[in-house]
Design a protein around this ligand. Structure first.
Ligand SMILES: Nc1ncnc2c1ncn2[C@@H]1O[C@H](COP(=O)(O)OP(=O)(O)OP(=O)(O)O)[C@@H](O)[C@H]1O
Length: 321
């Protein structure tokens, strides 16, 4: 059996603006039916990367293939969906007209659009509102209309740039459900969002980028499974206890500011060390009040990774296929 054609495949992709590489040797692959989170601080090169993947910006170097072809190929572009963070729209157009305009540009027939438009309006939660002018839509409704436009032509790869920034919590859950449905249909989703708790829930894999380079990429499980922070709370820290604990993991934080109470954050490689930590505390004569393993969330990982990486100096990329 031959492997499916990746939805996105880049090798050493780069973009240089005024002598500065804002995307610098980016190697990524996204499979059909995969939801891929593309994360990084402001100015990391995310939008520039998306523009190159959409064929809107010409790369300075490296290669890019989208749905097995070039993003410059109109036949490839017709199979892409894109929700920009701030999409422009004509206020006088109704939701229906806006979608019809988009659909015609994507080469859809009038017949197809007659059934497809009410269908996507329903999917994004705008059922029955398509006859209203976009100028009267709320910010959340506009974002929903943009999403409807992105999925209208049944794309095989969808780029979503901050798709829930204007939505309330219910709207966010609905967008997550839409993304999950797309995945179920074998559509690849390239998601750019600063809402990491959301990314965590919906993405199969994520890449962290900074200054145009991938710091780390992998599945959520791979990224989350690496370390296990353990909160240890005791009444006091007898001499030598910290040294003993440091044998089981990395001491991240110690707080002894409150009399009769001390807490230590210890980063373990594996949960098998927890009973040994408990024994070490008891052997030291301290009273153990809490021993709490904590799964690091994506936000913690993101901050650790971004803050620990000095400007223009990078740890080797850990790539997980
Ligand atoms: N057309 C351009 N000409 C010159 N520099 C540019 C151009 N487009 C982007 N840049 C620069 O490239 C860098 C990366 O910008 P980009 O918009 O790709 O980052 P981003 O990760 O999407 O940021 P944000 O999260 O703030 O949207 C920035 O320093 C930006 O100033």
């Amino acid at each position: 059996m031959t492997a499916p054609t990746p939805a996105i495949e880049t090798q050493g992709l780069s973009k240089v603006y005024r002598g500065r590489a804002v995307v610098d040797g980016l190697t990524l692959s996204v499979q059909p039916g995969e939801v891929f989170g593309f994360l990084g601080p402001n100015g990391a090169g995310k939008s520039t990367t998306v523009k190159m993947l959409l064929g809107l910006v010409l790369p300075s170097g490296g290669s890019v293939r989208v749905l097995g072809g070039s993003p410059a190929d109109p036949a490839v572009r017709a199979r892409l969906g894109f929700l920009p963070e701030q999409f422009r729209f004509q206020t006088w157009m109704t939701g229906h007209e806006f979608l019809r305009f988009h659909g015609r540009l994507a080469g859809m027939t009038a017949d197809d659009l007659r059934t497809r438009i009410p269908e996507v309006l329903e999917v994004v939660g705008l059922g029955g509102r398509g006859h209203e002018a976009l100028g009267g839509y709320s910010k959340g409704m506009l974002q929903r209309a943009g999403l409807a436009g992105a999925i209208l032509a049944r794309p095989q790869l969808v780029f979503l740039d901050e798709p829930t920034s204007a939505l309330d919590p219910i709207g966010r859950v609905e967008v997550r459900e839409i993304i999950e449905r797309l995945r179920g249909q074998g559509v690849a989703v390239f998601l750019n969002s600063h809402l990491l708790s959301e990314v965590e829930q919906v993405c199969d894999r994520v890449a962290f980028v900074k200054q145009g380079r991938v710091l780390q990429q992998g599945s959520m499980r791979e990224l989350m499974g690496g370390v296990l922070p353990l909160d240890v709370r005791v009444d006091t820290l007898p001499p030598g206890l910290l040294d003993t604990l440091a044998r089981y993991g990395e001491l991240r934080h110690t707080d002894t500011n409150t009399p009769g109470r001390a807490s230590v954050e210890l980063w373990l490689q594996h949960e098998d060390a927890i009973p040994q930590v408990a024994r070490a505390v008891l052997d030291s004569g301290a009273h153990l009040y809490a021993l709490t393993p904590r799964r690091p969330d994506l936000e913690t990982l993101f901050l650790e990774l971004i803050e620990d990486t000095p400007e223009a100096s990078y740890a080797p990329e850990v790539a997980h296929a």
